[in-house]
Design a protein around this ligand. Structure first.
Ligand code: GSH
Length: 126
């Protein structure tokens, strides 16, 4: 299949904040028909199937993951969004809900997660 006809395959875990970044972008950019979404609930049989499918192509399976072009896989959410934005001629800076999520609650969640890690490390060292 030519790269032009191939629809990127997006592997998304339910309730994963990195995967939500991609879900929001796909919905808001209105490109759902241009991608194939394979989503799964953690602990489900679908997860086992998807992990087995990705394993030969990735050093480490993590989510989100995407087959962006035939045989070209990626696991960084920002790289996946950048690829989809370029492919659909969108500017992520001009996609407001996506921007609000990434710069707002997502950034806050990452900051709190890191703070929590640092506090745990400091507490276990005392
Ligand atoms: N750097 C990655 C981080 C992704 C990440 O940490 N994903 C978590 C899920 S929320 C993960 O895959 N954990 C390991 C696993 O599910 O096997 C990104 O920005 O996409």
């Amino acid at each position: 299949m030519s790269d032009h006809l191939f629809k990127p395959v997006l592997y998304l875990k339910e309730n994963c904040p990195f995967c939500l970044k991609i879900r929001i972008f796909v919905l808001e950019a209105d490109i759902s028909d241009d991608v194939q979404i394979r989503d799964f609930a953690p602990g489900s049989e679908d997860e086992n199937v998807i992990r087995a499918e990705l394993l030969p192509h990735l050093d480490k399976v993590s989510f989100p993951a995407g087959q962006l072009q035939p045989g070209r896989y990626a696991t960084e959410s920002d790289d996946i969004v950048a690829f989809l934005a370029a492919r659909s001629g969108r500017d992520t800076a001009a996609i407001p809900v996506y921007r609000n999520y990434v710069d707002g609650i997502f950034a806050t969640a990452m900051k709190l997660w890191k703070e929590n890690q640092d506090l745990k490390k400091a507490a276990s060292a005392t």
